[in-house]
Write a protein that binds this ligand. Sequence first.
Ligand code: ATP
Ligand code: MG
Length: 405
Amino acid sequence: MQYSEIMVRYGELSTKGKNRMRFINRLKRNIKHVLSVYPAVRVAADRDRGHIYLNGTDYHDVAESLKQIFGIQAFSPVYKVEKDVTVLEKAVQEVMTGIYRDGMTFKISSKRSDHHFELDSRELNQVLGSAVFEALPQIEAQMKNPDITLKVEIREEAAYLSHENIKGAGGLPVGTSGKGMLMLSGGIDSPVAGYLALKRGVNIEAVHFASPPYTSPGALKKAQDLTRKLTKFGGNIQFIEVPFTEIQEEIKEKAPEAYLMTLTRRFMMRITDWIREQRGGLVIINGESLGQVASQTLESMQAINAVTNTPVIRPVVTMDKLEIIDIAEKIDTFNISVQPFEDCCTIFAPDRPKTNPKIKNVEQYETRLDIDGLVARAVAGIKITEITPQTDQADEVDDLIADLL
Ligand code: ATP
Ligand code: MG
């Protein structure tokens, strides 16, 4: 028998009272985005459950995708069976024979939402239990903590059987906490920061600063590939590329070497904040980790942060590098992050950046620059693309074609 449907149990959102339908609709949309790689799959959601209709799609692939989506507490694959006692008996026997291993115990747990059905739930348990004994005479029934609980649900349109309960990713559906701008480099830390923000329901847009020709198309593609990895947790992500060359050249020419990094970061922060305001974001998210590099001392953070009052969320700020790498491996971004494409900061990085920049000095050096003009020209050149989970396959096709040529 083939699974026909997956039943989805919602996560934390069940406690959210009035907002419940908003949460559910958001989760439904996210699931649709993530599963858009399987064109036959249909997604529906009611107050209590989500339903994913497989329409012939391989269950295992869909289950792997579902396990990653935030806002799902658990899910169960389900067999759809005709509402007929004889058919149900046969189906139960087939399912149980398929999963039974020596010494296992079981129980049947029936529920009848269609009250016109000829047997009530107690009778169903008995009749279907007997059918199991007939097929597997050696099996034992056990009411408390059996190895197998076969759930039978009689609904209006059909009967449904399920015996597995698979743990979901938990968290909140992406988008239910509002929008934030993720400053995404090509490094290890910022994708992890993005993942952690997604987990708590933040709809992220990725802002990436590129400085061609100093940075290569490879560095840009790397940031896009990292963004695509993040789409599997809650759906499509807007990728915002900001041209940063002029600003970096200006700073390099006019400011002392030790302050390059601080000034550069302040521009990134200003521009990200401008984009955030335009696009209705509430916060900025970055991958800063305390003490990791010169730009990430508390003094540096303060000097960089001073250009805005917008809350800056730093999900990995107190994590050790190894803890961050663990997560990066788990979410499959690590191997992309370590690809050797220099990003804009590495190339312009001074040998000895200041670890305790003084705001007074910073502001003094900035008087040499046309801040408003530089920012305006950068934001005028922004390019926005929507990254979908699907693009993965498009890329594979590109690679195939490239191989053939
Ligand atoms: P990451 O691993 O995320 O690159 P990092 O340890 O290399 O972080 P920095 O290079 O100091 O740290 O960058 C600190 C943060 O600034 C990054 O985590 C990211 O949020 C942001 N950032 C740095 N470079 C860029 C960039 N080119 N585009 C967008 N954001 C950037
Ligand atoms: Mg970096």
